[in-house]
Write a protein that binds this ligand. Structure first.
Ligand SMILES: [Zn+2]
Length: 282
């Protein structure tokens, strides 16, 4: 069976435009609210609410997404069959990246999780900004009860000024339990990686793949899942839900994927994991 977890990273376009002034790079309440509402409406319509929204956290945004009207949205997402995760952008895009600074990452991740739990919300997943990840974060995720990581794009190797930002070379193409020593290898940590779906260099990354590419990858993944379970994620961003037209493009891609796989939420993912050979309960 091919299982798919639909995900949305809660980023806005201006965040990545470092030519703008710090003020202009800030998120706008009304614009973010409109985008998130469109995202939630599409998920309710096509996915029975089954998706993970990764709440953006960064030095730029501060506690912007930990206030209303956004907290009400996070509550509605979880009440509607979806899940929330933490999306830490400890960076100044294309300039400074702090993903290898484990004490700093630990502080950022723990602060988000604690704040969300304080609001009565239950984050259960993590994704690094720029899909960055370090094996030293695995104990940090465990301490924070984040047992599902979605940072992996198999094969990704992002380097900036000679320093590695994100390295997923050689990572498996389906769910695996991460090794404490190497996040790209199977091991015995309590954190599961749900890599982005990929086939022959084509990713289930909506912004980068057209409808034909998505279908080609889905067919191949479906074929690969004969006799076993393949569990992968699908990536979109909040800023992609900017108009009726862009939403319809996303909906079309979801419809294609539904022909070949089943979209599941985190509760259902836990059930699937429980039944994998040799797996423990999470
Ligand atoms: Zn992001």
């Amino acid at each position: 069976m091919l299982y798919l977890v639909f995900t949305v990273d809660g980023d806005w376009k201006e965040y990545f435009d470092v030519k703008l002034s710090p003020e202009k790079r800030q998120p706008d309440v009304k614009r973010m609210q409109d985008l998130i509402e469109r995202e939630m409406e599409a998920a309710a319509r096509c996915l029975e609410g089954r998706f993970v929204h990764f709440i953006h956290a960064s030095p730029c945004a501060g506690n912007f997404f930990l206030k209303e009207p956004f907290v009400a949205s996070w509550r509605l997402i979880t009440q509607g069959g979806g899940d929330i995760g933490v999306h830490c952008h400890e960076d100044l895009p294309y300039s400074e990246y702090y993903f290898e600074d484990t004490p700093r990452m630990k502080k950022a991740i723990s602060a988000q999780v604690t704040a969300l739990r304080g609001l009565g919300l239950e984050p259960c997943a993590y994704r690094g900004g720029f899909l960055a990840f370090s094996h030293t974060l695995i104990p940090v995720l465990e301490e924070n009860g984040l047992y599902f990581d979605f940072s992996c794009e198999p094969g990704r190797h992002l380097v900036h000024n000679g320093k590695v930002v994100s390295d997923w070379r050689g990572a498996p193409g389906s769910l695996y339990r991460m090794s404490y020593a190497d996040h790209r290898k199977e091991g015995d940590s309590s954190v599961y990686e749900i890599p982005m779906g990929v086939s022959a260099g084509s990713y289930l990354y909506f912004e980068k793949s057209d409808l034909k590419t998505i279908e080609k990858a889905a067919i191949e993944l479906k074929n690969r899942s004969a006799g076993k379970d393949i569990i992968v994620s699908v990536l979109t961003h909040t800023y992609e839900y900017r108009s009726g037209e862009t939403v319809e493009d996303i909906v079309d891609k979801i419809s294609i994927l539904k022909k070949y796989g089943r979209f599941i939420n985190i509760e259902e993912l836990k059930e699937v994991v429980k039944h994998l050979p040799g797996e423990k309960t999470v």
